[in-house]
Design a protein around this ligand. Structure first.
Ligand code: SF4
Ligand code: SF4
Length: 112
């Protein structure tokens, strides 16, 4: 049950970004935090249909410091601009974020 709650909470956070490759539950974001420098997990682990990005592949817009080159530009996808860091998604370390986002990707894969 706790596990399902975690899935639901993160699902809501992700859905808030209007990513086009996820189903939505629209739960409120209550657990915000600052983005971790040098992480980029949310730009690597999930698939992002609007970018043609496969799961586990770094987004082509990441720079060498794992920052988004499109930040602040109109070309940046709305799903990226709407996604907010949260402890639920980002965890305590980059490795935790990568693992959790990879698991979420598998759990929410259409037909999965
Ligand atoms: S997973 Fe969280 S900490 Fe890592 S880049 Fe994304 S928003 Fe930032
Ligand atoms: S466009 Fe920017 S924010 Fe979106 S996945 Fe790529 S690097 Fe990350």
């Amino acid at each position: 049950m706790i596990f399902l709650h975690r899935v639901g909470a993160l699902w809501g956070a992700w859905a808030k970004g209007l990513c086009d490759n996820v189903r939505m539950t629209q739960q409120p974001l209550t657990d915000t935090m600052a983005c971790r420098p040098g992480c980029g997990a949310c730009c690597i682990a999930p698939s992002i249909t609007s970018l043609g990005k496969a799961a586990g592949v770094p987004c082509r817009h990441l720079d060498a410091e794992l920052r988004c080159r499109l930040f602040g530009l109109p070309e940046r996808p709305s799903c990226c601009g709407g996604l907010q860091p949260s402890r639920e998604m980002c965890g305590e370390t980059r490795e935790q974020a990568l693992r959790w986002l990879s698991e979420l990707e598998v759990m929410t894969r259409p037909g999965g």
